[in-house]
Structure formats: structure tokens, C-alpha cells
Design a protein around this ligand. Structure first.
Ligand SMILES: [Zn+2]
Length: 189
């Protein structure tokens, strides 16, 4: 399977401060905030309360899925903004890659340790740029097999390190319904 992008570029992208997820959405609009202007936003729950956050959500940064990912966590999983969310290019793509695995794990481990995470929810998606998009797979079946195999591998890696963790995984895809595009989630395990 041809996977586009070198390890080096993947790592650079991973820790880049630029919103890579919006790379296809080049807006000509300038920033709306003036220099040195400060803003404050309300949080949806009492952030000063002792956290009972015990779920870590791992998703790709792809902007097409960003809103759906939040709705999925808040409503479908019932987490209501009470979860850690790590959003990285390719979701667990660089965790599966042995050359970048330890770097990724160190980021995940921080969350697991700091918030006593008991449950990890991994979401991968079809047509992921980190894999070179759907075209890189040659067929829908090949894409499905690779993505689900990577989810399975990731689950094994987490359980190897944290045997008591509950690990769930989902595969999401964009599907046309009439003139609307919807995000569908499929539970893999
Ligand atoms: Zn992606």
C-alpha cells in the first residue's frame, strides 16, 4: 500500500501551528482579531470543578469532520464537552508507523496520566490526506481493510501499554444524501 508523505514531513505537520485541516479551504478573509486584542469565551460547564473527564478522543484534523466529531462526542457518546480531544493529521496514522510511534504515544500518555483516562475513542476517516486520500488505496475495500487494520493495531498498542483501558474505534465517511453531505460513523470495535 502506497502511503504518501515521509515520516519527517508527517512529524513536522503534526506539530505545526498552522491549521493544516483548512488547507483546502483557503479563505481570503483577514483575521478578525486585532493585534493584542483579548477575547474570553464561556465554557459549557464548570471548568473549575474537579474533572471527571476520563475519555480521550483521537481524531484527524480534517476540517470536513470537525463539527461532526464534536457532535459525535457530545451527543452520541454523551460526553457533553467533558473529554480530552487530541486532533492530529491522520488520527492514529503515525501511531501505527513504528518510526513515529513513540512520539505519538508520549502525547497520548500525557493525557492518560494527567486525567486518569479510562477510555480511548479512536476515530479514523475515509479519504484521509495522511494516507494520500481514497485514491491511494485503489479500491473502497482496500481502503476499508487498511483503515480497520490500523485501528486494530492501535487498539493493541494501547492495551499493551494500558491493559485496563477501554478502547473503542469508529470509521467515519462523507456520504451524499440528496444535496446534503453527511458524516456517517461506523463502529469497528
Ligand atoms: Zn484525515
Amino acid at each position: 500500500m502506497k502511503k504518501i508523505g515521509s515520516v519527517v514531513s508527517a512529524v513536522v505537520v503534526l506539530f505545526s501551528i498552522f491549521p493544516i485541516g483548512c488547507m483546502y479551504n483557503q479563505s481570503p478573509l483577514p483575521d478578525r482579531l486585532l493585534e493584542n486584542e483579548q477575547i474570553s469565551l464561556n465554557v459549557s460547564h464548570d471548568a473549575s470543578a474537579i474533572s471527571d473527564c476520563d475519555t480521550l478522543l483521537i481524531t484527524c484534523i480534517d476540517y470536513r469532520f470537525a463539527v461532526a466529531n464534536q457532535d459525535f462526542a457530545n451527543d452520541t457518546l454523551g460526553l457533553r464537552d467533558n473529554y480530552d480531544h487530541i486532533s492530529i493529521p491522520g488520527s492514529i496514522y503515525n501511531l501505527v508507523n513504528p518510526e513515529t510511534r513513540s512520539l505519538l504515544f508520549s502525547k497520548f500518555a500525557l493525557s492518560v496520566r494527567m486525567h486518569l483516562i479510562k477510555r480511548v475513542v479512536i476515530v479514523s476517516h475515509r479519504d484521509c490526506g495522511a494516507y494520500g486520500g481514497s485514491v491511494a488505496f485503489g479500491s473502497e475495500i482496500a481502503e476499508y481493510e487498511t483503515l480497520t487494520a490500523d485501528l486494530k493495531t492501535s487498539r493493541g498498542l494501547f492495551l499493551e501499554k494500558y491493559p485496563t483501558l477501554k478502547v473503542e474505534s469508529f470509521l467515519e465517511s462523507l456520504e451524499k444524501e440528496g444535496d446534503q453531505t453527511k458524516v456517517k460513523f461506523e463502529k469497528i470495535f
